[in-house]
Write a protein that binds this ligand. Sequence first.
Ligand SMILES: Nc1ncnc2c1ncn2[C@@H]1O[C@H](COP(=O)(O)OP(=O)(O)O)[C@@H](O)[C@H]1O
Ligand SMILES: [Mg+2]
Length: 299
Amino acid sequence: MSIVCKDLVKIYKTGKVEVVALRGLYLTVEEGEIRAIVGPSGSGKTTLLNIIGGVDRPSAGKVIVDGIDLTTLTDAQLVEYRRKRVGFVFQFFNLVPNLTAMENVELPMAIAGVPRSQRHKRAMELLALVGLEDRAHHKPDELSGGEQQRVAIAAALANDPPIILADEPTGELDTKTSRQVAQLFKQLNGELGKTIIIVTHDLAIATIAHKISRIEDGVIVSTVTPAELEAVGYPAGEKLEEKIRRLEERRTAIEEEMKKLEADYKAGKIASDDFVKRYAELKSALDRVEEEIKRYTLV
Ligand SMILES: Nc1ncnc2c1ncn2[C@@H]1O[C@H](COP(=O)(O)OP(=O)(O)O)[C@@H](O)[C@H]1O
Ligand SMILES: [Mg+2]
């Protein structure tokens, strides 16, 4: 579904104080596109997603989704739009702690009135899609961050919405897990044709996007492709994948060497002075690799 924002304005009023979060924003996302939105904190990214997702209404301007202007919908119609058309993914996973992975995926379906037997079947299919069928009966605190985010993505897909909106979905994940989540978004787009908007600081995500828009102070100031981003100095596409993969291999190798060193030390095979010296060397190499991996971050 295509998404068009025209001259979007959002003013928050708290008491007498007004905050202009969006000030005449234009954005066009094609059907079947992945669009990354980058920009500094407070620039209006979350506000924009909330308005596109029908969680909030703009103060002025239009949001046209698949030809329908959301600002003309009644509150009830907007709720309907949000439940059926949009899947949300958040930074902090937003799972219900005392429900299992499967129950979390079933929840949006239960709210939409899907019968129990159908819910079970679809929840299992979705968990399989995100590679977690063997974790169906685990609760969120028994899952890793990456697994929790995959469950959250499965839950966002529960009612088969054509649009996925994700707000810093890899903000809490390490680089390796972030890349797995990025690949999952790519798969949802490629195989299921979802239109996806992802607010992100993470270059691994930005480079799976078809286009990257930068928002500053409530307006989109630039839109580029990953290749154009590469031209201005950020490595993109396969090259970036390759680069990060090599760095991660290096990180794993260092970590393994550190483990072996510790084992040797515990077994009395090396003296403590040698251990401390070598360990410090490895630790500083590890820090450098981590730094370099982090440098592939946009803002
Ligand atoms: N509910 C709210 N009430 C008042 N001000 C808000 C509210 N939500 C966001 N803002 C303000 O609007 C601006 C944009 O916020 P936000 O969209 O959350 O930015 P971002 O997601 O890019 O960090 C900020 O100045 C923020 O303080
Ligand atoms: Mg935000």
